[in-house]
Write a protein that binds this ligand. Structure first.
Ligand code: FAD
Length: 513
């Protein structure tokens, strides 16, 4: 029997997820050089994209490099700023007497090569925050310095970094690059009907102005509506709102009060009584939003809290309400259809997991896509296991921030620590880490998304207690020296780096090497 080749790849949806998926497929198969495989992206001119998603993680640097997008162009065209950390404010306890608790989840790997200072710090923090004991990066953030100089090459820096970006401008850049450099065929039309193939997959899509398009693979990037995966193939959605309660967002774009206002080089995440507020500085404006649990807070109250946070600068500005579906699709890949983006799953944007997971799954699809349709079921099964694993680990990590909180000031925070809302895998890890310091052996898969360093920053940033065995700590003097040297290193590095806004202006003007 003749085998059925997979050559016509159709992506439905032109949000960030759709353009990332189309770009990864086109790049992998070099469709601009091998026209036997085609990648077509169909996007409705009438249905808007979600238009938010301003925070990323460091893997975005590899993605841009792999796709062939220059860092200088990206910085110039997408109002990009650098991100070296997320600073969590008031997460451990509510502010009291003018005092706030804050800690950094840094991108720089803790200085644990050679001698790991963590157990020594656990034994005696000596009043030093964990992040300061293991990295110079929090000092740089607090001084408002950028992570690189003009002498660093594209995507390289003095410290690890990611970006903040304007979501609409990023979509436009991806569109231009995918169409003009990678050979993606762009169709502006609305899908009005999806034709099932009778085998649990999809045969074709019918559009309002570009006729019927048949394909061998369909990627559903239609956002929360999940037109192919949910509305046509009825793949169930695993709801996780019993673990992560935040399901609503109010987003607002805020102008700077002065053209030369300093831009933080980290995301600010400030806990509120029923959720938290993100505050991201782009070059031209701030993107600010309050995400909250609709079970614990009304929209009116959430808006009042957001406006109180912003103060007079928010007067006259309107904010946009976004409802969020929390959870993920039981099978991301069903038949010949793969759901990537909001159609495949989503959790609150606390650790910028949206673009991270969508980018990772798009790249995984491009790497794993078999040549023949007959091989799809086996590949799909493995792909689905990996994607579910990633989502479950993301959910554990996000929930961690709530479980470690000592806040008692509202039902939202108390409910978040109810044992029945905490995944067993997270409970097991926390019990284990009370006895044993987290190590690389606890993170067996590179698809765990969040790994040792991420957990260390959050656990010890939030005063988690690990019992350290004093008998094993025989290099105390060396560890203390190492921690003390970090302060000097921070000073030295700081003297070479520019204030963040100034660095961005120079890059926009002169470009990177
Ligand atoms: P969408 O942007 O909704 O795009 C859907 C596309 O499908 C559109 O092009 C639409 O035209 C098309 N479409 C729909 N129906 C049809 C049809 N019938 N025919 C043709 N086309 C159709 N991610 C991060 O990484 N960092 C963050 O800081 C972050 N913050 C967020 C904050 C909030 C409040 C929310 C809700 C999300 C956030 N995200 C964040 C996630 C981010 O928004 C998404 O990663 C990203 O925008 C991808 O969305 P999407 O492409 O899946 O869907």
């Amino acid at each position: 029997m003749a085998q059925q080749g997979i050559r016509r790849l159709i992506v439905v949806g032109g949000g960030t997820a759709g353009w990332l998926a189309a770009s990864h497929l086109a790049r992998k198969f070099r469709v601009n050089q091998h026209p036997t495989i085609s990648v077509t992206l169909v996007e409705s001119p009438n249905i808007p994209t979600i238009g938010v998603g301003e925070g990323t993680v460091p893997t975005m640097r590899q993605t841009l490099h792999w796709l062939g997008i220059r860092e200088t162009d990206f910085i110039r065209q997408c109002d990009v700023t650098f991100k070296q950390s997320i600073k969590f404010i008031d997460w451990l306890r509510p502010p009291a007497g003018g005092q706030s608790h804050a800690y950094h989840h840094l991108f720089d790997y803790p200085a644990i090569q050679g001698l790991d200072p963590t157990p020594y710090w656990c034994q005696d923090p000596g009043g030093t925050p964990y992040a300061d004991a293991v990295s110079v990066q929090a000092h740089l953030c607090e001084q408002g310095l950028g992570p690189k100089t003009l002498m660093h090459p594209e995507f390289g820096g003095a410290t690890a970094y990611a970006y903040h970006l304007d979501a609409a401008k990023f979509s436009a850049l991806l569109t231009d690059h995918a169409v003009n450099q990678l050979g993606v065929h762009h169709v502006l039309a609305e899908v009005t009907e999806v034709v099932a193939d009778g085998n649990g997959g999809i045969a074709a899509i019918v559009t309002d102005r570009a006729g019927t398009l048949e394909g061998d693979l369909f990627v559903d990037c239609t956002g929360f509506s999940a037109l192919l995966a949910e509305q046509t193939l009825k793949v169930p959605f695993i709801d996780k709102s019993d673990v992560l309660f935040v399901d609503s967002a109010l987003a607002i774009q805020v102008p700077y009060e002065r053209a030369d206002a300093p831009i933080p080089c980290h995301t600010l995440s400030t806990a509120t009584h029923s959720g938290w507020i993100w505050d991201i500085g782009l070059t031209e404006r701030r993107g600010v939003g309050h995400v909250y649990s609709s079970r614990h807070c009304s929209d009116e109250e959430a808006e009042r809290v957001l406006r109180a946070y912003l103060g007079p600068v928010a007067e006259g500005l309107s904010c946009r309400k976004i409802a969020m579906k929390v959870g993920y699709r039981e099978r991301a890949w069903q038949g010949n259809c793969v759901a990537i983006g909001l159609s495949g799953g989503f959790v609150e944007p606390l650790e910028a997991t949206g673009l991270l997971v969508f980018d990772l799954t798009a790249r995984m699809l491009a790497e794993m896509l078999p040549g023949q349709r007959e091989a799809m079921p086996a590949v799909a099964e493995r792909f689905n296991q990996r994607v579910r694993h990633s989502w479950d680990r993301v959910i554990d990590f996000i929930k961690l921030h709530y479980v470690l909180s000592q806040r008692e000031d509202s039902a939202f925070w108390r409910d978040n620590r109810a044992p029945e809302s905490i995944p067993q895998s997270l409970k097991d890890n926390l019990a284990y880490w009370q006895q044993q310091q987290p190590s690389g052996y606890d993170f067996a898969s590179n698809l765990s998304i969040f790994n040792l360093e991420n957990y260390l920053y959050v656990l010890y940033g939030m005063e988690f207690d690990t019992e350290v065995c004093a008998e094993r700590l025989d290099q105390g003097e060396a560890a203390r020296q190492k921690m003390a040297q970090l302060a000097q290193q921070a000073e030295r590095l700081a003297s070479q780096l520019l204030p963040h806004r100034q660095l961005l202006e120079r890059i926009r003007q002169h470009g990177l090497q």
